[in-house]
Design a binder for this molecule. Structure first.
Ligand code: CP
Length: 316
């Protein structure tokens, strides 16, 4: 369903709503295109004209630092005009519906909508209603999907580890509420990572998570053994209903990544985190700032990955 909406008749990317259902070839094309843009982002003049004359509307109905900013940088590096709608000061506050807001922006000749929304499925709704020449990119919807984060995570893993076919990847923490985890799991399984583990307390692992092709571990020490890649997740307290944890301190004791727990992984393991980090809750500062951490390179790669997605979509 999602893939039909996402791809045009030639199999090209028309919208990016979810990694789930995207063919391996499309994922690899995005990663390869992003690699070509890394060179552009390192040049003194960091602009290419691929989106000249196009208007990109950033619609962030939830807070964001990394995603919103890197989408803006990416669009500007592709020479697009970028409009950041200030949702708090928009007519949404007067009761305008999401569809009416988008219809009005469409009347301003939008070409591409980048949308983050607290409701799972909101970008899908918009993609069903936009005009044929308009495109939608999901920048995170509820607990469902965050495809460009998943793609930049895949890019980072490939950058440091070269191949997916021999990797053991652990995703640790609040998997239940994490759109990042879901997108990354779909990407890793599609690209052939043989062992994807999720580690967390029973209350923060989705029921039946194994059906996604992962192994689940309640014991972090057991789950980290032999891992090549460790992806730490933030506790998504804004999405939690009721008390799922005794306390943040208790969580850190069992599931926080410390140097001592990191030593159980492979000696060349990399540590990732989508951000924002809560130091002392899911990760110790000695790890976050240590030699295994690739958390800030993830952010930098996010620009090239978002340039790749926008340029491919605009060509379709
Ligand atoms: N990783 C991520 O989505 O971060 P932001 O919420 O800051 O965009």
């Amino acid at each position: 369903m999602a893939s039909n909406l996402q791809l045009n008749a030639n199999g090209e990317l028309r919208h990016l709503l979810s990694i789930e259902g995207l063919p391996r070839e499309v994922l690899l094309r995005i990663l390869d295109t992003a690699a070509s843009f890394v060179g552009v982002t390192e040049r003194e003049v960091k602009k290419v004209p691929l989106l000249r004359g196009k208007s990109v509307f950033n619609l962030f109905f939830e807070p964001s630092t990394r995603t919103r900013t890197t989408f803006e940088i990416a669009a500007k590096r592709l020479s697009a005009d970028v409009i950041n709608l200030n949702i708090a000061a928009s007519s949404q506050t007067k009761g305008e519906s999401l569809l009416d807001t988008v219809a009005n922006l469409s009347a301003m000749q939008a070409d591409l909508f980048v949308m983050r929304h607290a409701s799972s499925g909101a970008p899908f709704l918009i993609a069903h209603h936009v005009k044929p020449h308009e495109h939608v990119i999901n920048a995170g919807d509820g607990r469902h999907a965050h495809p460009t984060q998943g793609l930049l995570d895949l890019y980072t893993i490939r950058h440091y580890k070269k191949e997916f076919s021999n990797l053991t990847v652990a995703i640790v923490g609040d998997v239940l509420h994490s759109r990042v985890a879901r997108s990354l799991i779909h990407g890793l399984t599609t690209l052939g990572a043989p062992e994807v583990r999720v580690i967390g307390p029973r209350t923060l692992l989705p029921t039946g998570v194994e059906s996604l092709g992962v192994r689940s571990f309640l014991d972090m020490r057991e789950g980290l053994k032999g891992c090549d890649v460790i992806v730490m997740l933030r506790l998504q307290s804004e999405r939690m209903r009721g008390a799922l944890l005794p306390s943040a301190q208790e969580f850190f004791k069992h599931y926080g990544l410390t140097p001592e727990k990191l030593a159980l992984a492979r000696p060349d393991a990399i540590v990732m985190h989508p951000g924002p980090m809560n130091r002392g809750v899911e990760i110790d500062s000695n790890v976050a700032d240590g030699p295994h951490s690739v958390i800030l390179p993830q952010v930098t790669f996010g620009i090239a990955v978002r340039m790749a997605v926008m340029s491919m979509i605009a060509e379709s």
